[in-house]
Design a protein around this ligand. Structure first.
Ligand SMILES: [Zn+2]
Length: 390
Protein backbone atom coordinates (compact mmCIF):
# COMPACT_ATOMS: atom_id res chain seq x y z
CA UNK A 1 0.00 0.00 0.00
CA UNK A 2 1.22 3.45 -0.76
CA UNK A 3 1.47 6.16 1.82
CA UNK A 4 0.68 9.41 0.11
CA UNK A 5 3.70 11.51 1.21
CA UNK A 6 6.20 9.10 -0.27
CA UNK A 7 4.28 8.35 -3.43
CA UNK A 8 2.80 11.63 -4.45
CA UNK A 9 4.09 13.80 -7.22
CA UNK A 10 3.40 17.31 -5.99
CA UNK A 11 3.45 20.16 -8.43
CA UNK A 12 6.19 22.65 -7.64
CA UNK A 13 8.18 20.32 -5.40
CA UNK A 14 11.31 18.38 -6.22
CA UNK A 15 12.10 15.69 -3.70
CA UNK A 16 15.78 15.97 -2.73
CA UNK A 17 16.89 12.75 -1.12
CA UNK A 18 20.01 14.36 0.42
CA UNK A 19 17.77 16.59 2.52
CA UNK A 20 15.57 13.74 3.69
CA UNK A 21 16.97 13.37 7.20
CA UNK A 22 16.66 17.05 8.03
CA UNK A 23 13.20 17.07 6.48
CA UNK A 24 12.19 14.11 8.64
CA UNK A 25 13.40 15.96 11.70
CA UNK A 26 11.36 19.04 10.84
CA UNK A 27 8.36 16.81 10.13
CA UNK A 28 8.78 15.10 13.52
CA UNK A 29 8.84 18.45 15.33
CA UNK A 30 5.71 19.68 13.51
CA UNK A 31 3.74 16.48 14.09
CA UNK A 32 4.80 15.43 17.60
CA UNK A 33 5.96 18.66 19.22
CA UNK A 34 9.17 19.63 21.05
CA UNK A 35 11.98 17.13 21.66
CA UNK A 36 15.57 17.01 22.85
CA UNK A 37 18.34 16.24 20.38
CA UNK A 38 18.71 12.87 22.09
CA UNK A 39 15.04 12.07 21.60
CA UNK A 40 15.19 13.07 17.94
CA UNK A 41 18.27 10.95 17.36
CA UNK A 42 16.70 7.96 19.06
CA UNK A 43 13.37 8.27 17.22
CA UNK A 44 14.98 8.82 13.82
CA UNK A 45 17.76 6.25 14.27
CA UNK A 46 20.73 8.60 14.24
CA UNK A 47 23.31 9.72 16.78
CA UNK A 48 22.73 12.78 18.91
CA UNK A 49 25.73 14.41 17.19
CA UNK A 50 24.14 13.84 13.77
CA UNK A 51 20.84 15.20 15.05
CA UNK A 52 22.60 18.32 16.30
CA UNK A 53 24.39 18.81 12.96
CA UNK A 54 21.16 18.41 10.99
CA UNK A 55 19.28 20.83 13.23
CA UNK A 56 21.82 23.61 12.68
CA UNK A 57 20.52 24.90 9.29
CA UNK A 58 16.96 24.84 10.62
CA UNK A 59 18.03 26.91 13.64
CA UNK A 60 19.97 29.33 11.46
CA UNK A 61 17.05 30.01 9.15
CA UNK A 62 14.67 30.48 12.09
CA UNK A 63 12.42 27.49 11.38
CA UNK A 64 13.08 25.97 14.82
CA UNK A 65 13.99 27.39 18.22
CA UNK A 66 15.59 26.21 21.46
CA UNK A 67 13.13 26.21 24.32
CA UNK A 68 14.07 27.39 27.79
CA UNK A 69 14.44 24.94 30.64
CA UNK A 70 15.59 21.38 30.95
CA UNK A 71 13.87 18.26 29.84
CA UNK A 72 13.16 15.49 32.30
CA UNK A 73 15.51 13.13 30.49
CA UNK A 74 18.51 15.29 31.48
CA UNK A 75 20.69 13.34 33.87
CA UNK A 76 24.39 13.95 33.42
CA UNK A 77 26.57 15.88 31.02
CA UNK A 78 25.32 18.84 29.02
CA UNK A 79 21.80 20.17 29.65
CA UNK A 80 19.23 18.60 27.35
CA UNK A 81 17.43 21.58 25.92
CA UNK A 82 14.38 20.88 23.83
CA UNK A 83 13.95 22.21 20.31
CA UNK A 84 10.62 23.16 18.76
CA UNK A 85 9.28 24.63 15.55
CA UNK A 86 8.75 28.39 15.27
CA UNK A 87 4.99 28.32 14.53
CA UNK A 88 4.93 31.50 12.47
CA UNK A 89 8.04 30.71 10.45
CA UNK A 90 5.75 30.20 7.47
CA UNK A 91 2.11 29.47 6.64
CA UNK A 92 0.00 27.41 4.25
CA UNK A 93 -3.37 27.83 2.60
CA UNK A 94 -5.83 24.93 2.68
CA UNK A 95 -8.98 24.91 0.56
CA UNK A 96 -11.94 22.53 0.64
CA UNK A 97 -13.96 22.64 -2.56
CA UNK A 98 -17.55 21.40 -2.49
CA UNK A 99 -20.04 21.48 -5.36
CA UNK A 100 -20.93 25.12 -4.72
CA UNK A 101 -18.51 26.60 -2.17
CA UNK A 102 -14.79 27.10 -1.63
CA UNK A 103 -13.74 27.18 2.05
CA UNK A 104 -10.19 28.41 2.62
CA UNK A 105 -7.99 28.82 5.69
CA UNK A 106 -4.47 30.07 6.32
CA UNK A 107 -2.69 28.05 9.02
CA UNK A 108 0.73 28.36 10.59
CA UNK A 109 3.08 25.44 11.34
CA UNK A 110 1.25 24.58 14.56
CA UNK A 111 -2.12 24.39 12.82
CA UNK A 112 -3.45 27.69 14.16
CA UNK A 113 -5.97 29.24 11.76
CA UNK A 114 -4.70 32.76 11.00
CA UNK A 115 -7.45 33.72 8.57
CA UNK A 116 -10.33 32.12 6.70
CA UNK A 117 -12.67 32.84 3.85
CA UNK A 118 -15.69 31.31 2.12
CA UNK A 119 -16.87 32.05 -1.42
CA UNK A 120 -19.60 30.65 -3.60
CA UNK A 121 -18.80 28.72 -6.77
CA UNK A 122 -21.53 29.70 -9.26
CA UNK A 123 -19.78 27.95 -12.17
CA UNK A 124 -17.98 24.67 -11.43
CA UNK A 125 -16.06 24.43 -14.70
CA UNK A 126 -12.32 23.92 -14.11
CA UNK A 127 -11.25 27.33 -15.42
CA UNK A 128 -13.94 29.15 -13.43
CA UNK A 129 -12.95 27.36 -10.20
CA UNK A 130 -9.28 28.19 -10.76
CA UNK A 131 -10.15 31.86 -11.29
CA UNK A 132 -12.15 31.88 -8.03
CA UNK A 133 -9.34 30.16 -6.09
CA UNK A 134 -6.67 32.54 -7.38
CA UNK A 135 -8.68 35.55 -6.19
CA UNK A 136 -9.49 33.92 -2.85
CA UNK A 137 -5.91 32.85 -2.16
CA UNK A 138 -4.51 36.24 -3.20
CA UNK A 139 -6.90 37.97 -0.83
CA UNK A 140 -6.01 35.69 2.08
CA UNK A 141 -2.26 35.92 1.59
CA UNK A 142 -2.01 39.66 0.96
CA UNK A 143 -0.19 40.23 4.25
CA UNK A 144 0.94 36.67 4.96
CA UNK A 145 3.54 34.93 2.79
CA UNK A 146 2.89 31.23 2.35
CA UNK A 147 4.97 28.21 1.33
CA UNK A 148 2.27 26.13 -0.33
CA UNK A 149 -1.38 25.58 -1.13
CA UNK A 150 -3.37 22.42 -0.42
CA UNK A 151 -6.67 21.60 -2.11
CA UNK A 152 -9.11 18.98 -0.78
CA UNK A 153 -11.81 17.61 -3.05
CA UNK A 154 -14.20 14.65 -2.94
CA UNK A 155 -13.22 11.89 -5.35
CA UNK A 156 -10.23 9.89 -6.48
CA UNK A 157 -7.02 11.89 -6.60
CA UNK A 158 -3.65 10.52 -7.72
CA UNK A 159 -0.48 12.65 -7.67
CA UNK A 160 -2.50 15.88 -7.40
CA UNK A 161 -4.51 14.89 -10.51
CA UNK A 162 -8.25 14.55 -10.03
CA UNK A 163 -9.04 11.21 -11.67
CA UNK A 164 -12.77 11.37 -10.98
CA UNK A 165 -14.84 13.63 -8.76
CA UNK A 166 -18.56 12.90 -8.63
CA UNK A 167 -19.43 16.07 -6.77
CA UNK A 168 -17.73 18.34 -9.35
CA UNK A 169 -18.33 15.96 -12.27
CA UNK A 170 -14.68 16.32 -13.25
CA UNK A 171 -12.70 13.51 -14.85
CA UNK A 172 -8.95 13.35 -15.39
CA UNK A 173 -8.15 16.97 -14.51
CA UNK A 174 -4.51 17.80 -13.74
CA UNK A 175 -5.72 20.35 -11.24
CA UNK A 176 -2.49 20.61 -9.22
CA UNK A 177 -0.49 21.40 -12.33
CA UNK A 178 -3.02 23.92 -13.64
CA UNK A 179 -3.27 25.79 -10.34
CA UNK A 180 0.49 25.74 -9.81
CA UNK A 181 1.01 27.29 -13.25
CA UNK A 182 -1.18 30.25 -12.30
CA UNK A 183 -0.12 30.69 -8.66
CA UNK A 184 3.59 29.96 -9.08
CA UNK A 185 3.81 28.25 -5.68
CA UNK A 186 3.66 24.54 -4.76
CA UNK A 187 0.17 23.04 -4.92
CA UNK A 188 -0.92 19.71 -3.41
CA UNK A 189 -4.31 18.25 -4.33
CA UNK A 190 -5.74 15.50 -2.10
CA UNK A 191 -8.89 13.52 -1.59
CA UNK A 192 -10.83 15.53 1.01
CA UNK A 193 -11.23 12.66 3.50
CA UNK A 194 -7.50 11.88 3.29
CA UNK A 195 -6.74 15.54 3.93
CA UNK A 196 -9.18 15.58 6.86
CA UNK A 197 -7.39 12.53 8.29
CA UNK A 198 -4.06 14.33 7.99
CA UNK A 199 -5.41 17.20 10.10
CA UNK A 200 -6.85 14.73 12.63
CA UNK A 201 -3.43 13.02 12.85
CA UNK A 202 -1.54 16.24 13.44
CA UNK A 203 -3.90 18.50 15.35
CA UNK A 204 -7.03 16.54 16.18
CA UNK A 205 -8.40 13.36 17.72
CA UNK A 206 -5.78 11.19 15.97
CA UNK A 207 -2.80 12.92 17.59
CA UNK A 208 -0.75 10.39 19.52
CA UNK A 209 -2.26 7.39 17.67
CA UNK A 210 0.16 5.29 15.63
CA UNK A 211 -2.73 4.14 13.48
CA UNK A 212 -6.35 5.14 13.15
CA UNK A 213 -9.26 5.00 10.73
CA UNK A 214 -11.31 8.10 10.02
CA UNK A 215 -14.86 7.44 8.84
CA UNK A 216 -16.73 10.45 7.47
CA UNK A 217 -20.50 10.39 7.15
CA UNK A 218 -22.23 13.18 5.29
CA UNK A 219 -23.79 13.55 1.85
CA UNK A 220 -21.54 10.57 1.01
CA UNK A 221 -19.43 8.14 3.03
CA UNK A 222 -15.65 7.91 2.98
CA UNK A 223 -12.87 6.51 5.11
CA UNK A 224 -9.14 6.96 5.47
CA UNK A 225 -6.48 4.98 7.27
CA UNK A 226 -3.46 6.62 8.87
CA UNK A 227 -0.48 4.40 9.68
CA UNK A 228 2.65 5.67 11.39
CA UNK A 229 1.43 9.25 10.96
CA UNK A 230 1.04 8.90 7.18
CA UNK A 231 -2.16 8.72 5.16
CA UNK A 232 -2.49 5.42 3.29
CA UNK A 233 -3.94 6.25 -0.11
CA UNK A 234 -3.76 2.77 -1.70
CA UNK A 235 -2.18 1.51 -4.89
CA UNK A 236 -4.67 3.38 -7.10
CA UNK A 237 -5.60 6.29 -4.84
CA UNK A 238 -8.88 4.68 -3.87
CA UNK A 239 -8.27 3.29 -0.36
CA UNK A 240 -11.19 4.08 1.91
CA UNK A 241 -13.90 4.23 -0.76
CA UNK A 242 -16.30 2.25 1.40
CA UNK A 243 -19.53 4.03 0.51
CA UNK A 244 -20.95 1.32 -1.73
CA UNK A 245 -20.06 -1.68 0.47
CA UNK A 246 -23.12 -3.86 0.71
CA UNK A 247 -24.46 -4.07 4.25
CA UNK A 248 -27.62 -6.14 3.68
CA UNK A 249 -29.14 -8.12 0.82
CA UNK A 250 -32.33 -6.04 0.92
CA UNK A 251 -33.04 -2.43 1.84
CA UNK A 252 -32.93 1.04 0.28
CA UNK A 253 -31.11 1.75 -2.98
CA UNK A 254 -28.35 4.26 -3.60
CA UNK A 255 -28.08 6.41 -6.75
CA UNK A 256 -25.92 3.71 -8.36
CA UNK A 257 -28.71 1.17 -7.95
CA UNK A 258 -27.09 -0.90 -5.19
CA UNK A 259 -29.52 -2.44 -2.77
CA UNK A 260 -28.58 -2.14 0.89
CA UNK A 261 -25.19 -0.46 0.46
CA UNK A 262 -23.69 1.70 3.22
CA UNK A 263 -24.36 4.89 1.31
CA UNK A 264 -28.01 3.94 0.73
CA UNK A 265 -28.47 3.50 4.49
CA UNK A 266 -26.37 6.24 6.04
CA UNK A 267 -25.62 9.13 3.64
CA UNK A 268 -27.81 12.20 4.07
CA UNK A 269 -28.37 12.24 0.29
CA UNK A 270 -29.86 8.75 0.24
CA UNK A 271 -31.75 9.11 3.53
CA UNK A 272 -33.60 12.17 2.18
CA UNK A 273 -34.16 10.41 -1.15
CA UNK A 274 -35.56 7.38 0.67
CA UNK A 275 -37.95 9.59 2.66
CA UNK A 276 -39.11 11.35 -0.53
CA UNK A 277 -39.52 8.36 -2.81
CA UNK A 278 -40.68 5.67 -0.41
CA UNK A 279 -42.57 7.66 2.23
CA UNK A 280 -43.68 10.83 0.42
CA UNK A 281 -41.85 13.04 2.96
CA UNK A 282 -39.84 16.02 1.70
CA UNK A 283 -37.72 17.37 4.54
CA UNK A 284 -34.16 18.54 5.18
CA UNK A 285 -31.50 16.62 7.13
CA UNK A 286 -31.85 18.73 10.30
CA UNK A 287 -35.59 18.06 10.39
CA UNK A 288 -34.95 14.36 9.82
CA UNK A 289 -32.54 14.17 12.78
CA UNK A 290 -34.93 16.14 15.00
CA UNK A 291 -37.90 13.91 14.13
CA UNK A 292 -35.81 10.74 14.56
CA UNK A 293 -34.66 11.96 17.99
CA UNK A 294 -38.26 12.55 19.05
CA UNK A 295 -39.33 9.03 18.03
CA UNK A 296 -41.34 9.96 14.90
CA UNK A 297 -41.80 7.35 12.19
CA UNK A 298 -40.51 6.54 9.65
CA UNK A 299 -37.53 8.72 10.64
CA UNK A 300 -36.66 6.68 13.75
CA UNK A 301 -36.68 3.42 11.80
CA UNK A 302 -34.48 4.92 9.03
CA UNK A 303 -32.10 6.36 11.64
CA UNK A 304 -31.92 3.02 13.40
CA UNK A 305 -30.92 1.30 10.13
CA UNK A 306 -28.30 4.02 9.45
CA UNK A 307 -26.75 3.52 12.89
CA UNK A 308 -26.60 -0.25 12.30
CA UNK A 309 -24.90 0.27 8.91
CA UNK A 310 -22.26 2.58 10.42
CA UNK A 311 -21.63 0.16 13.30
CA UNK A 312 -21.03 -2.64 10.78
CA UNK A 313 -18.61 -0.46 8.81
CA UNK A 314 -16.68 0.46 11.95
CA UNK A 315 -16.50 -3.17 12.98
CA UNK A 316 -15.23 -4.16 9.49
CA UNK A 317 -12.52 -1.50 9.66
CA UNK A 318 -11.42 -2.79 13.07
CA UNK A 319 -11.45 -6.40 11.84
CA UNK A 320 -9.28 -5.61 8.80
CA UNK A 321 -6.83 -3.17 10.31
CA UNK A 322 -6.85 -3.44 14.13
CA UNK A 323 -6.07 0.28 14.57
CA UNK A 324 -5.42 2.24 17.77
CA UNK A 325 -8.71 4.06 17.26
CA UNK A 326 -11.58 4.74 14.89
CA UNK A 327 -12.72 8.35 14.56
CA UNK A 328 -16.21 8.92 13.17
CA UNK A 329 -16.95 12.42 11.93
CA UNK A 330 -18.81 14.38 9.28
CA UNK A 331 -22.23 15.99 9.42
CA UNK A 332 -23.88 12.60 10.00
CA UNK A 333 -22.10 12.10 13.33
CA UNK A 334 -24.97 14.08 14.87
CA UNK A 335 -27.24 11.12 14.16
CA UNK A 336 -24.85 8.79 15.99
CA UNK A 337 -24.72 11.17 18.93
CA UNK A 338 -28.52 11.05 19.24
CA UNK A 339 -28.44 7.24 19.20
CA UNK A 340 -25.02 6.81 20.82
CA UNK A 341 -26.12 4.22 23.41
CA UNK A 342 -27.51 2.00 20.67
CA UNK A 343 -24.47 2.59 18.45
CA UNK A 344 -22.07 1.48 21.20
CA UNK A 345 -24.26 -1.50 22.06
CA UNK A 346 -24.10 -2.61 18.41
CA UNK A 347 -20.31 -2.14 18.32
CA UNK A 348 -20.07 -4.51 21.27
CA UNK A 349 -22.55 -6.94 19.70
CA UNK A 350 -20.68 -7.07 16.37
CA UNK A 351 -17.26 -7.41 18.01
CA UNK A 352 -15.21 -10.54 17.37
CA UNK A 353 -14.93 -12.46 20.67
CA UNK A 354 -11.12 -12.45 20.38
CA UNK A 355 -10.71 -8.83 19.27
CA UNK A 356 -9.25 -6.44 21.86
CA UNK A 357 -11.25 -3.29 22.54
CA UNK A 358 -10.55 -0.42 20.13
CA UNK A 359 -11.55 3.11 21.03
CA UNK A 360 -14.27 4.56 18.77
CA UNK A 361 -14.44 8.35 18.99
CA UNK A 362 -17.33 10.47 17.78
CA UNK A 363 -15.80 13.71 16.57
CA UNK A 364 -18.04 16.74 16.27
CA UNK A 365 -18.01 18.16 12.77
CA UNK A 366 -15.91 21.29 12.36
CA UNK A 367 -16.00 22.40 8.78
CA UNK A 368 -12.68 24.26 9.06
CA UNK A 369 -11.00 20.86 9.62
CA UNK A 370 -11.56 19.94 5.98
CA UNK A 371 -9.64 23.01 4.84
CA UNK A 372 -7.02 22.61 7.59
CA UNK A 373 -6.50 19.08 6.34
CA UNK A 374 -5.73 20.34 2.85
CA UNK A 375 -3.19 22.75 4.38
CA UNK A 376 -1.65 19.87 6.38
CA UNK A 377 -1.28 17.81 3.19
CA UNK A 378 0.57 20.72 1.59
CA UNK A 379 2.75 21.12 4.71
CA UNK A 380 3.51 17.42 4.65
CA UNK A 381 4.87 17.73 1.12
CA UNK A 382 6.82 20.85 2.04
CA UNK A 383 8.70 19.00 4.76
CA UNK A 384 9.14 15.86 2.64
CA UNK A 385 10.52 17.87 -0.28
CA UNK A 386 13.36 19.44 1.69
CA UNK A 387 12.40 22.64 -0.17
CA UNK A 388 12.95 24.63 3.00
CA UNK A 389 16.66 23.81 2.78
CA UNK A 390 17.03 25.38 -0.67
ZN1 LIG B 1 -24.26 2.04 -3.50
Amino acid sequence: MKNSPASAKQHGYNIDVSKTKTARMLHRLIVNGPATRGQLGSELSMSQATATRLLTPLLQMGAIQILDGFNADYTIGKPAYRVAIVPDFTAFVGVKITGDTSYAVVVNLSGKVLDQDEVQIPDDSVDAVIAILVLQISRLTQHCPISGVGIGVGGRVVDSRIVASGILEWNDVDFGDKLHEVLGIPVTVSNDVNAFAQAEAWWGAGRGCNSFVLLCIGSGLGACMVQGGAVVSGEHGSAGMIGHQQITATGPRCESGHVGCARAYASSTCILQNLRENHGIDEDYDTFIGRAASGSQPETMIADDAVKAVARLVRSAIAFIDPDAVIVSGDGVRLLEVFEDNFRRLLTQYRHWNSPPVEVKLQEMQFSFWAKGAAAASMEQWTQSGLILG
